[in-house]
Design a protein around this ligand. Structure first.
Ligand SMILES: Nc1nc2c(ncn2[C@@H]2O[C@H](COP(=O)(O)OP(=O)(O)OP(=O)(O)O)[C@@H](O)[C@H]2O)c(=O)[nH]1
Ligand SMILES: [Mg+2]
Length: 606
């Protein structure tokens, strides 16, 4: 938004607007807990759950932040508007927008891990937006914390990203977010977060903006509330805004829309409190502008002038969403039509600017592009919980022509694993067209390796990696650059076990099937011809009759099943299903079930 704002005009001295950015799990949301607690937001005896901001179901289940969220605390007369951001690479789009709302960032770095791929990504965005950084070395209580190395690596990262000399002069504070303590000297343990609060007030500049200028409010986040409807969250860059006033919304499409505010709020602790007026520098919530989207400007009707928003990185991965056409279609979901599917996907676009939805040649299929498999799988999971049923195709990477050459996305992958597994990791990454860029021994026999791998080559790698390292390895990936196509990458080696007719799986049928591979279903499960019931132990598919009943002798069939020993089926998660399905296969998603099937219909076993 630099273009229209002179950051050095009038400053709103009692505000500080900042975001907390970091790689996934480095402790952002936990630090917010501490800041909320120590600024007296909760009553003395109130029990507060951990990571209180991660309140949506999927966030709590997965222990990660998916959506950025605002809070505000008061410290010594200053109002600190703080934005917690997601650290997972797939939700990097949130961070890209938020840097436009704040003047400074807390760059959190885990003291034992040091900077990781997403640290680089978020710091690059923050530096490019000209934000003032404070480096927070967190988790200093961990036994393998290495404060000096971590800090050195952060400094290298700043230099590498071309930080200006004043950005390089960043202050550092050491924290234990879990205990809620900060200190300037790691030898002297802190007692509370006061050193951090003081640093925020003294280093992050007060927001610029002239309250007498015509209104310009940049919308950065959208929230919903069943009570008040659509809420636009953004910063007032210039001027002031009054509740119930008329405004003009300058849309991304360039068409101005005149509308009236129905409510105006500011953040206070975890809450939004109604106000009659707010001015430049403040971050506000605006209600009543029905169609409002992110990256739009709310402006003065007399002198409407748009803010310029920075370009958001393009999506790298796409899946096709299709109307469910499996033999079980329409049985389990509340919304299943092409119209419902299209409307829901379009709605998602309004709040998620890093997503793209394109109609396809068929009215029943939509191409949905996002930042990564998790970005898309969270959307799939959210929709299925809302009652939608549909099918999705295998994820594809989005190629792009650069200077006449077809290029594909390449990810930076950081792997940490015990030394003993280096061989097997290399063996599996090799055929995936990876390039090793760094390898160094870490603490306790661990090795840290950095690779560049085409995004395409990483599909299906994670589960293989976890198996190969017996769950001891960690792996992070983040989009790095586009490069010319790397050549052919071998597809999944093992085929699918495919049910051969409609019916219900039986112990007897499954017992035969399990000799041919790993099963995904147990006994008594409704199946249809063409449904994938397991992974074949060899290449190529195998059609198999899992509904077969033992010919009745004089025993009843249920008793006949008693002697059967079935290995418990492998339950694939949504992400694992997306990784498993091949080009000629689909994943059927309903509120109750995930089923994989051959796309061909009717299914004719070969
Ligand atoms: N030992 C220790 N653990 C911490 C500290 N800070 C955070 N943690 C733990 O680290 C884990 C991740 O913390 P979060 O606050 O969810 O991390 P985050 O950066 O918000 O993660 P994302 O939002 O998913 O990127 C949690 O289990 C925290 O309890 C710390 O200072 N010391
Ligand atoms: Mg978080």
């Amino acid at each position: 938004m630099e273009a229209t704002i002179k950051r050095d005009t009038v400053r709103q001295d009692h505000f500080r607007n900042l975001a907390i950015i970091a790689h996934v799990d480095h402790g952002k949301t936990t630090l917010v807990d501490g800041m909320l607690k120590q600024s007296g937001v909760f009553h003395e005896r109130q029990t507060v759950e951990e990571r209180v901001l991660d309140r949506n179901d999927l966030e709590r289940e997965r222990g990660i932040t998916i959506m950025a969220k605002n809070i505000a605390v008061t410290y010594q007369g200053y109002k600190l508007n703080i934005v917690d951001t997601p650290g997972h690479a797939d939700f990097g789009g949130e961070v890209e927008r938020i840097v436009q709302m704040v003047d400074g960032v807390l760059l959190l770095v885990d003291a034992s891990e040091g900077p990781m791929p997403q640290t680089r990504f978020v710091l690059r965005k923050a530096l490019a937006a000209g934000l003032v950084p404070i480096v927070v070395i967190n988790k200093i209580d961990r036994p393998n914390a290495r404060l000096d190395e971590a800090l050195d690596e952060v400094l290298d990262l700043f230099i590498d990203l071309g930080a200006t000399s004043s950005q390089l002069d960043f202050p550092v504070v050491y924290t234990n977010a879990k205990a809620g303590t900060a200190t300037h000297d790691p030898e002297q343990p802190g007692a509370n977060l006061k050193p951090l609060f003081d640093l925020i007030v003294s280093t992050i500049p007060a927001p610029a903006g002239d309250p007498d200028h015509p209104l310009q409010l940049g919308v950065t986040l959208i929230d919903y509330d069943t009570y008040v409807g659509r809420q636009a969250i953004g910063r007032i860059h210039q001027g002031a805004i009054r509740n119930k006033q008329d405004v003009v919304v300058l849309g991304v499409d360039g068409v101005p829309r005149r509308q009236r505010l129905a409510g105006l709020y500011v953040f206070d602790g975890l809450k939004k409190i109604p106000v009659e007026e707010a001015a430049a520098g403040e971050i506000v919530v605006v209600v009543g502008l029905d169609e409002i989207n992110v990256c739009e400007t709310i402006a003065d009707p007399e002198a409407p002038e748009p803010l310029s928003f920075v370009q958001i990185d393009e999506p790298t991965v796409a899946v096709t969403f299709l109307v469910n056409k499996s033999p079980f279609a329409g049985r389990e979901g509340d919304f299943a039509t092409s119209r419902k599917l299209g409307e829901r996907l379009t709605r998602e676009l309004e709040s998620d600017v890093s997503l793209r939805v394109q109609p396809s040649d068929s009215p029943d299929a939509f191409l949905v592009a996002g930042r990564g498999e998790l970005h898309l799988s969270i959307l799939i999971e959210t929709m299925r919980r809302e009652g939608y049923e549909f099918e999705v195709s295998r994820p594809q990477v989005i190629e792009r022509e650069i200077k006449g050459v077809i290029c594909e996305p390449v990810e930076e992958v950081v792997i940490e694993a015990p030394e003993a597994y280096v061989g097997v990791i290399m063996e599996h990454l090799g055929p995936r067209k990876s390039t090793m860029v760094n390898m160094q021994p870490g603490a306790d026999g661990q090795v840290r390796m950095e690779f560049h791998v085409p995004t395409r080559g990483l599909f299906g790698f994670r589960s293989e990696f976890l198996t190969n390292t017996k769950g001891t390895g960690v792996m992070y990936q983040s989009f790095h650059h586009y490069a010319p196509l790397a050549g052919e990458i071998p597809a999944r080696l093992r085929g699918s076990l495919v049910a051969f007719e409609d019916g219900e799986s039986t112990g007897y049928g499954l017992e035969n099937a399990q000799e041919r591979g790993d099963l995904f279903v147990g006994a008594g499960v409704p199946v249809y011809a063409g449904m994938i019931v397991g992974e074949h132990a060899r290449t190529g598919d195998l059609a198999i009759n899992v509904c077969k009943k033992k010919r009745l002798t004089n025993m009843r069939s249920s008793t006949a099943d008693l002697g059967i020993k079935l290995t418990p089926p492998r339950q694939l998660s949504l992400e694992q299903c997306l990784e498993f399905i091949g080009d000629d296969e689909l994943l059927e998603v309903t509120p109750q079930n995930l089923r994989m099937r051959k796309a061909m219909q009717p299914y004719i076993p070969r």
